[in-house]
Design a protein around this ligand. Structure first.
Ligand SMILES: O=C(O)CCC(=O)C(=O)O
Ligand SMILES: [Fe+2]
Length: 222
């Protein structure tokens, strides 16, 4: 008998991938990033200057050395500072809901909005946002919402030098521009994880870089 590998949440990822793509492509305010390797879109002026400034201040309040599932801060893999923004704060709630509405996703599948700050020399080395179901952390992530579908990330400030988001397989480097929201599908059209979404936050060379990120799951995030 042929061995059939099961890909966690594949049917849901396939469905959500298409639903969000169709919604974004029907939205005249959304720009499609030209690539065949994933569905990636940008919205200019998603956040106002005042909103960006307020979010930067909030990030300074919550930012701690970034953690990763399997690797510690000292590994140098992700050297930014980060932290979840208070999901009960009405300003954060409003921003979070606007991202949900853009994508057409229910808020319950969205993780808490995470803020992140990079200072000179800090970076996030190439990684995928989706989970490897062969890793130990998957046992936990499987139970708290399952695989990640879409990523939404907004740039909050002008970075003097460096700090782009480099999609290593697609071959594009997105320059941080305050107020711009970038979104992409972490799965392929068939619902399997997309290796081509590999990306890095390249080192900030001068100044600082502030972003918010919101990841979506296939099931209720808990
Ligand atoms: O800093 C960036 O540009 C990328 C951040 C990132 O990849 C993430 O937060 O998952
Ligand atoms: Fe990422």
């Amino acid at each position: 008998m042929a061995k059939t590998e099961t890909i966690p949440d594949q049917a849901a990822l396939k469905r959500v991938g298409k639903a969000v793509k169709d919604r974004l492509e029907a939205d005249p305010g959304v720009y499609k990033i030209p690539t065949d390797l994933t569905d990636m879109y940008a919205v200019g002026d998603f956040l106002t200057g005042a909103e960006c400034e307020r979010l930067c201040l909030m990030i300074d309040e919550v930012a701690r050395p970034s953690s990763l599932h399997e690797i510690g801060y000292e590994s140098g893999f992700r050297t930014s500072y980060s932290g979840d923004l208070d999901p009960g704060d009405s300003f954060v709630k409003g921003i979070s809901r606007r991202i949900d509405d853009l994508l057409g996703l229910p808020s319950m599948v969205g993780e808490a909005v995470q803020g992140q700050r990079y200072l000179p020399g800090q970076q996030f080395k190439p990684h995928n946002d989706w989970f490897y179901s062969s890793e130990k952390y998957w046992e936990l992530e499987r139970k708290r919402g399952g695989q990640r579908s879409w990523t939404a990330m907004a740039y909050l400030n002008e970075v003097e030098e460096g700090g782009g988001t480099h999609f290593t397989e697609i071959g594009i480097n997105i320059e941080p521009k305050p107020g711009v929201l970038l979104v992409w599908n972490n799965a392929k059209p068939d619902g399997s994880p997309n290796e081509d979404t590999m990306h890095a936050g390249t080192p900030v060379l001068k100044g600082s870089k502030y972003i918010i990120t919101k990841w979506y799951r296939t099931r209720k995030w808990a």
